[in-house]
Design a protein around this ligand. Structure first.
Ligand code: PFF
Length: 473
């Protein structure tokens, strides 16, 4: 089937990827989908849609994905496949081949380091998801009321020891997969987890379809209410497109490194983007149907799936089993994303210090685990600490909030814009044409990466700095 992804393009002599290669185009697509699907789709997208009023936000998101997400995804995969080396050395190599300054390797540095920062916080939420699998399986959501649902969540986040145990287990699982390498680690994980995850999603949507409130959920997701679409909603949509499509962290660059030579990246990226968006929409549909059915509000923000949803599942027939399936799906999604965040830095350490993969994965993993302790403690013992004091943009943010703000507001847009400028303006068009195969798709991509992407990302950046005066946080 994926033969159609293959596109004739001139073969260039280049070194084979040292760290491994996906065994087929299909696995490559599954791996990128596995990286893209995660908390962003199942947790964040539904709550943003709920907060920003449904269909209009969905449309804004689709526009951002088309103008910014898709071109950047192609660009990152292309850089990886062209360089065939870990993001940091790969960018250096391409810059030199193009006769440009080696300073462009900053894109690889920024991405790899930001990936570790994101993972340190992502692992905490991954831990919550695992805790909720056990709670739902043990029947903890049965006949829950709103106060008890909030308490259940609070008990978890208030307890540093419990959070530490889950965070440690989640990081150990991530390190384990990455230690086993591309073929036996990453590839085996996506080969099994992604189909299982999609199957569970199908079951949940089928279940939601049986709920009387299903139509209301469809209506909420698809009917746009433009009155609620202000500048801040647009920028939230743009920021989310970055996160949801795994952009700016070197994850797609390293997955491009392992890509088969003759796969058309211009065909792979839309498949991934469509699947990722569909997963977000279907997860939203499943969540909203159950939440509406229980007569609850979908605008609960980040608490939507850890507080509102358990409450809702506690009251719907068969909800106990469905809740367990839901959180299992979440764990699989988070896991396949986490491995793609760790991989860029691990390959760098392997190459830089010539160490075995398992040692590199353990060293980098322990570093991330340690840094994650700051986020972990910001939910309990250090919840009163506000690292930025009363800096107006963040008000009383904890360490976890500040980290999130720097990542989505600053680091991701910065990497995004540098990538767009490098690929669109500094690298020769001949190089990108050879890698992408030319044609109208290529020309459209070039226009988007040169113009639409930088403009949109600059807006996101200015907004984060508070220079546009639109309130988001
Ligand atoms: N795309 C993932 C999600 O939606 O949860 C998050 C993510 C994974 C971001 C990997 C970046 C990355 F490199």
């Amino acid at each position: 089937m994926l033969r159609s992804l293959a596109r004739e393009r001139p073969l260039r002599l280049k070194s084979l990827p040292r760290y491994g290669q996906w065994s087929s185009p299909c696995i490559f697509v599954l791996a990128v989908i596995g990286s893209a699907m995660g908390l962003g789709n199942i947790w964040k997208f539904p709550y943003l849609v709920g907060q920003y009023g449904g269909g209009a936000f969905v449309l804004a998101y689709l526009a951002c994905v088309a103008a910014v997400g898709l071109p950047l995804m192609v660009a990152e995969l292309m850089l990886g496949r062209r360089a065939r080396s870990t993001p940091i050395y790969g960018l250096l190599r391409i810059a030199r081949e193009e006769g440009l300054s080696g300073g462009w390797s900053v894109i690889g540095w920024l991405g790899s380091v930001t990936g570790l920062l994101v993972l340190s916080a992502y692992s905490i939420v991954g831990g919550w998801s695992m805790a909720y699998v056990f709670r739902s399986a043990a029947g903890a959501f049965h006949e829950l009321d709103a106060v008890a649902a909030a308490r259940l969540f609070q008990e978890l986040t208030d307890d540093p020891e419990r959070l530490l145990a889950w965070h440690t287990l989640f990081m150990a699982m991530t390190i384990l997969v990455v230690s086993r390498g591309v073929r036996y680690g990453l590839e085996e994980a996506v080969r099994w987890f992604v189909p299982v995850l999609l199957t569970i999603l199908g079951i949940l949507v089928f279940y939601a379809h049986g709920q009387p409130s299903f139509d209301r959920a469809v209506d909420f997701l698809l009917r746009p209410d433009f009155a609620r679409l202000d500048a801040s909603a647009l920028l939230a949509a743009l920021g989310h497109a970055f996160f949801s499509l795994s952009l700016g962290l070197g994850a797609l660059v390293i997955y491009g490194v392992y890509a088969p030579e003759r796969v058309s990246l211009l065909a792979v990226a839309p498949i991934v983007v469509l699947t990722d968006t569909l997963v977000g929409l279907l997860a939203g549909l499943a969540i909203f149907s159950v939440v509406f059915q229980a007569g609850l509000s979908v605008a609960a923000g980040p608490g939507l799936i850890f507080q509102t949803l358990p409450l809702a599942f506690g009251t719907t027939p068969g909800g106990h089993l469905m809740a367990t399936l839901f959180f299992t799906m979440l764990v699989l999604a988070v896991w396949t994303s986490a491995i793609s965040m760790l991989e860029p830095a691990v390959t760098y350490v392997m190459k830089r210090w010539r160490v075995e993969r398992s040692l590199a994965a353990s060293l980098v993993g322990v570093l991330v685990w340690s840094f994650g302790l700051l986020s972990l403690l910001s939910f309990n013992l250090w919840s009163h600490l506000q690292p930025l004091g009363s800096w107006s943009r963040l008000g009383r943010g904890t360490f976890f909030d500040v980290l999130n703000f720097f990542i989505t507001g600053l680091l991701l847009p910065l990497t995004g814009i540098l990538t767009a400028v490098f690929v669109g303006w500094r690298m020769s068009a001949d190089s990108s044409r050879i890698e992408l195969g030319g044609g109208w798709g290529y020309r459209l991509w070039l226009v988007l990466i040169r113009f639409a992407t930088p403009v949109a990302v600059v807006l996101l950046f200015l907004q984060a700095m508070g220079l546009l005066g639109w309130e988001v946080l």
